[in-house]
Design a binder for this molecule. Structure first.
Ligand SMILES: Cc1cc2nc3c(=O)[nH]c(=O)nc-3n(C[C@H](O)[C@H](O)[C@H](O)COP(=O)(O)OP(=O)(O)OC[C@H]3O[C@@H](n4cnc5c(N)ncnc54)[C@H](O)[C@@H]3O)c2cc1C
Length: 387
């Protein structure tokens, strides 16, 4: 079934993204990112220049002003993931879905003016640090804390698993500013690269996403000025996170569908090309059955995701809706990728093949952005009416 959610301006944007991919997402570039464990800044700047990042930054701050129309971001993900560059898609996602929205939706006028124009160009890269070493799912169990002092806060603690953590110039950081674990005991602070006592740590070695940095961050008596308190209001951090999490979860669902689509396309091409027992792999009945499964599952994923994209555009995508999309799509992604790896035989396990990279990248989709268990819990609670 053909998808029908894109309009003319989306397709025109797709041409632009394809052109960027042709020029910048080469095998050499991907090898370079994997070896360095990060996307180089020039690529991010080129993406800014081509208009591939900062999509939700309002036009007055130099962005594209696509605040609620996530279809443009979806096109970026589709094209970049189809080129086998999951790490680049991830780095774009952190900028556009996890960092920029806090400034666009919740930043003060000064914060917007200071950060957004340079975030739209890629001169400033962002990250979002919620997870403490001792608390991931249980966010209200974090120990990272900021004590109010004259003119700002003194921040102490640590974060881990922070995507784009070493490359980020500014980190939206979830901290405790009050006692206990009531929702109003938390705030979001903008912590800047180079602040005294802020260590962006070393890159963590991961199973997948080798070209995208993930880091431990530590804060030792870091002075953060009060103008870096998101929204200028203390005690809003937990609510602010909850407001943006549907977007983060939708974005993971989109990445999952894009990866499933790419896996299907790679696998069709591969099985038509390779032969065994004098026939194309594609001509074995088992292969056709599996390709049919992959195709039907991928279409169902898009049907669901496309509906969610339109609901998001109209402001109707609830936290529970996004949680369902996230856990369901990432689990279908895993099934489709696994079938794709199997049909590639031994080559499916070799990292030079995009299917192998996509497979290892995909594993974390069921973990980050809230684990799939936490997503089910959220949805189940709503169903039975448990708070
Ligand atoms: C590559 C990578 C990138 C990441 N990027 C970021 C980032 O940019 N920013 C950021 O802040 N964080 C990031 N994370 C952290 C990620 O969001 C957390 O790892 C995730 O939320 C789970 O937290 P945890 O690791 O502490 O696991 P835990 O919370 O310790 O969970 C362990 C297991 O227990 C289960 N569990 C926990 N509580 C419940 C419950 N109530 N009911 C049922 N089961 C439960 C979990 O589902 C999981 O299976 C990233 C992680 C990875 C691996």
């Amino acid at each position: 079934m053909e998808r029908d959610i894109y309009e003319e301006d989306h397709e025109a944007f797709r041409d632009l993204v394809k052109d960027f991919v042709k020029r910048h997402v080469t095998n050499e570039a991907m090898e370079k990112w994997d070896a360095a464990g990060e996307i180089d800044r020039d690529t991010m700047l080129a993406a800014g220049e081509a208009g591939l990042i900062g999509l939700s930054v309002p036009e007055e701050f130099g962005g594209a002003g696509m605040l609620q129309d996530y279809r443009f971001r979806t096109i970026v993900m589709e094209e970049v993931i189809a080129a086998g560059a999951g790490s680049l898609a991830g780095a774009f996602g952190i900028q556009d879905d996890l960092a920029v929205p806090y400034l666009v939706h919740m930043g003060t006028q000064e914060q917007k003016e200071k950060w957004l124009p340079r975030m739209a160009t890629g001169e400033v890269l962002g990250a979002l640090a919620m997870t403490d070493p001792g608390a991931g799912s249980d966010l209200r169990g974090i120990k990272t804390n900021a004590k109010k002092v004259d003119g700002g806060y003194i921040l102490n603690g640590a974060k881990t698993f922070i995507s784009s953590g070493t490359t980020a110039d500014v980190v939206v950081t979830f901290v405790k500013t009050g006692e206990g674990n009531r929702p109003d005991a938390f705030s979001l602070l903008l912590v800047e690269k180079g602040m005294e006592g802020f260590d962006q740590g070393k890159k963590l070695r991961k199973m997948g996403f080798h070209g995208w940095d993930t880091a431990e961050l530590s804060f030792t008596d870091v002075f953060v000025p009060e103008e870096n308190l998101i929204s200028g209001k203390e005690g809003q951090g937990f609510i602010q996170l909850m407001l943006n999490l549907p977007l983060e979860r939708l974005s993971i669902g989109v990445a999952a569908a894009a990866a499933a689509q790419a896996a299907l396309d790679w696998t069709v091409a591969y099985t038509k090309d390779r032969e065994a027992f004098g026939e194309r792999i594609a001509d074995f009945q088992n292969t056709r059955f599996r390709l049919a499964d992959m195709s039907a599952t991928t279409e169902a994923m898009w049907a669901y995701i496309d509906r969610a994209l339109l609901a998001y555009k109209d402001g109707r995508l609830s936290a529970e809706d996004a949680a369902k999309v996230k856990f369901w799509a990432t689990e279908r992604e895993w099934e489709v990728l696994d079938m794709g790896v199997q049909l590639h035989g031994g080559y499916g396990y070799i990292m030079e093949y995009p299917i192998a990279r996509a497979f290892t990248d995909a594993r974390v989709h069921r973990i980050y952005g809230g684990t799939n268990e936490i997503m089910r819990d959220l949805v189940g609670r709503q169903i039975v009416g448990k708070r």
